[in-house]
Design a protein around this ligand. Sequence first.
Ligand code: IPM
Ligand code: MN
Length: 377
Amino acid sequence: MKEENQSVSKTLRIAVIPGDGTGPEVTAEALKVLKAVAELEGFAYETTTYDFGGERYLRTGEVLPAGAIDELRGHDAIFLGAVGHPQVPPGVLEKGLLLELRFQLDQYINLRPVKLYPGVPTPLAGKGPEDIDFVVVRENTEDLYCGAGGFLKKGTADEVAIQTAIYTRRGCERCIRWAFEYTRRRNNPKGKKLTLVAKTNVLTYGHDLWWRTFQEVAREFPDVKADYNHVDACCMWMVKSPEYYDVIVTTNMFGDIITDLGAILQGGLGVAAGANLNPDPGGVSMFEPMGGSAPKYTGLGVINPIAAIAAMAMLLEFSGQPHAAQRVTDAIQFVTGNKMKSQAAGQMGYSTSEVGDLVVEQLQQQATRSAAEVAGT
Ligand code: IPM
Ligand code: MN
C-alpha cells in the first residue's frame, strides 16, 4: 500500500526556515507531526533546512543570500517558524525575509482561519466553537506594504514623511476572485457569504477600486452572498457577533490588523496559523504560525507548538495532501480539547515537545481506530 502510494505521488519537497527565537522549537514539533502523518498516509517528502534569520544576519550582514529565492522556488512549499531578533533593528528581518519572500514569490493570498478549537478559552463571553469559525483572505502583496514613500527634510522641524498605499486592478481582482472561489469551496452550510472589509467612505480612490472590482467579480458567483463592512465596524462585529462571518476578503494593512484580533478570539498566537499562497500553477506557498519569535521564551521548552502544527496542516492541505491535513486537524482538536490546560506559553500543562508527542500519539490512535472500524464493517 505504502509503496504503491509513493510510486504514484511525487515526493513533497519542503524548504524549512526555522528562523529566530522559539521558531526552531515549534518547527521541530511541526516536523515531528509531519513525519508521523506521512508514515500513516504513505506519502514521501524531503526537507531542506535554511538558517535564514537574525543569527545569520548578525554573523554575515545579509538577510537572504544571493540565489536563495531561486533555490526556494525549487520546492513545493516553505515552512517558516518565526522571524524577529532582539539584536536586529525592527524591520530588517521583517522586510528582508518575510515580506521579501511574500513579494518575490508573489504569494498574493494570506489565508488566516479564525477557528476556535474545542477546549480553548476565548475572551468573548458566551461564544463557543460553533460561533467562532471564519476565514480571513488578506491581500498580501500591495497596499502600504509596498514600501513606497520617503522623507523630505528628515530630522528637521519641517520633516515630511510619505507612505503610499498602492492598489492595482490586477492585484485586487486576483485576490477577490480567489476569495469568491474559496468561499464557494468552503460551502458553509449556514450559507456562503463573502464580506469585503475596507473603508470606502474615506479611502475614496484605493478602496473604490476594491469596491468596484468586488461588485464585478461577485456577478460570476451568484451562489455566494456578496457583503460589505467598513473595517471599523468589522472590528466591532468580530467581537460582538463573530458568527456573522463566513469569509472576509480585505486589503493587506487592514488584514494584518483584523487577523490579530481574530487570533485572540481563537485563543491567541499559540494557536493561530496562516498561509501565504501563490495559487498560480507552479507557485510556491509559505506556511507559518502567526506568533512571533517570542525571545523571552526561547530555549525554555514552554512555547505552544499548536500554531506551528496547524500551519503544517495548512501546508498539507495546499500541497495535495488534504486527507493528511484533516488527520492533523482532528488530532490537534483532540489535544486542545482533552489534554492541554491552557494555550498560553508555560501554562499548557506540558512542555513544547510533549504537546507535539500528544498530537503524534493521537494521530496514531485515530489511525488504529479507523482501521478497526474498516475491519469491523
Ligand atoms: C504578520 C506580521 C507581519 C505583517 C510583520 C512581521 C511584517 O505581523 O504576518 O501579520 O505585518 O504582515
Ligand atoms: Mn500581523
